[in-house]
Structure formats: structure tokens, C-alpha cells
Design a protein around this ligand. Structure first.
Ligand code: PLP
Length: 352
């Protein structure tokens, strides 16, 4: 059996999501989010995160990220993020475009996690100097771009530095569910309780068709002396200006409702993570394969002989290679990755 580990967005969507969209498509509903389903999504997320929050649904992860950040930084600000993060590497110039030309500054750090020492150093530089970019927000990716996951303690260190400088923190949670399952903590513990103010709550990669939620946490913003109302108001206008205020919002909301119902989001992420654990365990035993960064969630980078990569591709397995150092491949499992496919990949690598 052949299977692709190219990305988690090669998988379609969970049946429950499409059933919910079919149902939401019946009859009439008020447009632009003034429907019951959209109100319910906010209520469901407030319950899930155990706090006061506001929600803005959009249809891509890039929009969720750049709109979130645009509401947190002035155009003369600089957004501090990891040098390999999606914002810097995979969103073209959408961040600068949406944030009015604000600067995005890449910070290094092992395992694609921001190094707190470097962050602390940069955050205080030239504060108030009109000739310099002013540090204005921090963004972290959870799961990171190489498949590692910040522990809650690691997040807290980063957000404490931001807090002491009075800066808001954004989390790119395109793989939020996978990270949460990996850590085994609560959604609140991985976000606002750990100092995250605005979250891109990803759903598309984990089983919906096209819906992501920008979640704004009230208490963490206010603890920093920042205005929740202002961020919410800006996001409302900015989402419209950015062309992401869907008139048939109910179809996005239906996806998110289905995603949050009966723990579908947890079930899907648990499956993806379990398949990755199996894949990693199998590959670890093969002497020619070197695990680059141990996968904690559903993404793994490993190094193998070029001939093995060639062989696996000829055998019909899909994965990205050639984007990183030679010999490095990326494997991603999804909510739909079949167990037999994982076994077949391990068997083929071993056979080689
Ligand atoms: C996939 C992904 C996104 C969202 O990308 P879109 O293609 O715009 O949906 C954002 N951040 C990370 C880390 C991602 O992997």
C-alpha cells in the first residue's frame, strides 16, 4: 500500500465537517457572522479555553497569522519570531503587507524555538529611539516548523520576556491540536495561562475544509495593560479590509462546530500523532536513517542516503525533499494516515 507523507493538508476533510456544511447550507441565515452557528463557535471556544475571548474566523492559516499580528503591531514596529517560522518562510510578504510594512525579525534558537537569551537581548534594544524599529510583538509557532513542541515552561519563559517589555504574544497554532495532544495539557494552559494573547487556532490541517479561528484572549492582554477592545475592534475592520469577512460565514462556522463537537479535533490529532510515533519508532531501528529532530507531534525530519530516498520515491511514497540540506526529508502524518501505509514505508526503508 502506498501512502504520502507530504503534508497534513494533502488529506481532505472529516466526514462530519462536510455533513455539518451540508446542514448549514439549508435554509436561510443572516450573513457576515450574524448567524446562530457563528455565535455558537464563540461559545464553544470560550468553554474550551475556559475564559473570555473573541473569535474571528478566516479561511486560511496565513490570513489568521497576518491579521492577528497586524492588530498587535504598529507599522514602525518589529515582530520577533523564529528565523525559520512560517511567517518568515512561507507567507510571502503577506506579513509586511497586512502589518503595514512592520518589520519581521528572525531570531535563532535550537529546534526552531526562539532562544530566550537572544529574545531578551533584542527586545530591549533602542527602545524609544525614533531611528530604530521598535519591538512590538512576539510570535511563536506551536507545533514549530521542524516538528518540535514548546513545553508550557518554555512558552512561559518567552512570554515572560515579552510581558516585561509590555509586548503582546501571538501563537501560530496551525497544528495547535497536535501540539496539545503531545503535551497532554489543557488548551488554557498552552495559551493564555502561559501568556499567549492572540492565537491562530488551526483546523484546516487537522480535518476541516478551510477554516481557522483567530482567538483573542481578554485577561492576558489586560494583564499587560493592553486593550482587548482595541484589538477586537481592529480585527473586525482588518478582517473585512483584508477580504476575509465571509458573507456565508455560517459555512466556516459549521466546519468549526463539527471540529469541536465530540472531540473530533482531539481524535484527529491523536491519530496523526500516533501514526507519527509508529513511523518514528520504525525508522529509528534502521541504521541508515538518522532522526534529525525527534517528532513530538506529527512531523519528522530525518536524514537518509540519497539512494534510499530515490528508492522510496520509486516505490510510490510521497514526501518533500530537496528543500533542505541534501539527504533530509520531511514526513508528516495526518488525521487520515493509514497504519498500513506507515508500516509499508518502514518495511520499504528496511528492505532498502
Ligand atoms: C500550514 C501552516 C500555516 C497556514 O498556512 P496556509 O497555507 O495559509 O493555510 C501557518 N503556520 C504553519 C506553521 C503552518 O504549517
Amino acid at each position: 500500500m502506498k501512502v504520502a507523507f507530504t503534508s497534513d493538508n494533502i488529506a481532505g476533510a472529516s466526514d462530519a465537517v462536510f455533513h455539518a456544511m451540508m446542514e448549514a447550507a439549508q435554509g436561510d441565515a443572516m450573513p457576515y457572522g450574524h448567524d446562530d452557528g457563528t455565535a455558537q463557535v464563540t461559545a464553544m471556544l470560550a468553554e474550551l479555553f475556559e475564559c473570555d475571548l473573541e473569535v474571528f474566523l478566516v479561511s486560511t492559516g496565513t490570513a489568521a497569522n497576518v491579521l492577528s499580528i497586524s492588530a498587535l503591531t504598529p507599522p514602525w514596529g518589529s515582530v520577533l519570531c523564529h528565523q525559520d517560522c512560517h511567517l518568515l518562510k512561507d507567507e510571502s510578504t503577506a506579513p509586511e503587507f497586512y502589518a503595514g510594512g512592520a518589520r519581521f525579525v528572525g531570531i535563532n534558537g535550537a529546534d526552531a524555538k526562539i532562544d530566550p537569551v537572544v529574545l531578551k537581548n533584542i527586545i530591549g534594544q533602542k527602545k524609544g529611539d525614533v531611528h530604530s524599529c521598535q519591538a512590538s510583538a512576539v510570535s511563536v509557532s506551536q507545533v514549530t516548523e521542524i516538528g518540535s513542541v514548546y513545553s508550557v515552561a518554555e512558552l512561559q519563559v518567552i512570554t515572560d520576556i515579552a510581558k516585561s517589555a509590555g509586548l503582546p504574544v501571538h501563537m501560530d497554532g496551525a497544528r495547535f491540536a497536535n501540539a496539545l495532544i503531545a503535551l497532554g495539557c489543557s488548551p488554557a494552559e498552552m495559551t493564555w495561562k502561559a501568556g499567549v494573547d492572540v492565537l491562530s487556532f488551526g483546523a484546516t490541517k487537522n480535518g476541516v475544509m478551510a477554516a481557522e479561528a483567530i482567538v483573542v484572549f481578554k485577561s492576558s492582554l489586560e494583564e499587560k495593560g493592553l486593550s482587548f477592545e482595541r484589538v477586537v475592534q481592529e480585527l473586525g475592520f482588518r478582517r473585512k479590509r483584508g477580504g476575509h469577512l465571509h458573507s456565508k460565514m455560517r459555512l466556516l462556522s459549521a466546519q468549526m462546530q463539527a471540529y469541536l463537537t465530540d472531540d473530533l479535533w482531539r481524535t484527529n490529532a491523536t491519530h496523526a500523532n500516533t501514526m507519527m510515533a509508529m513511523l518514528q519508532d520504525g525508522l529509528k531501528e534502521i541504521p541508515d536513517v538518522v532522526i534529525e529532530t525527534p517528532a513530538q507531534a506529527n512531523m519528522l525530519f530525518c536524514r537518509m542516503p540519497l539512494a534510499m530516498i530515490d528508492y522510496l520515491q520509486k516505490e510510490g511514497f510521497g514526501f518533500y525533499t530537496g528543500r533542505w540540506e541534501e539527504g533530509v526529508i520531511r514526513l508528516v502524518t495526518s488525521f487520515r494516515t493509514p497504519k498500513e501505509g506507515v508500516q509499508a514505508f518502514i518495511d520499504a526503508a528496511r528492505r532498502f
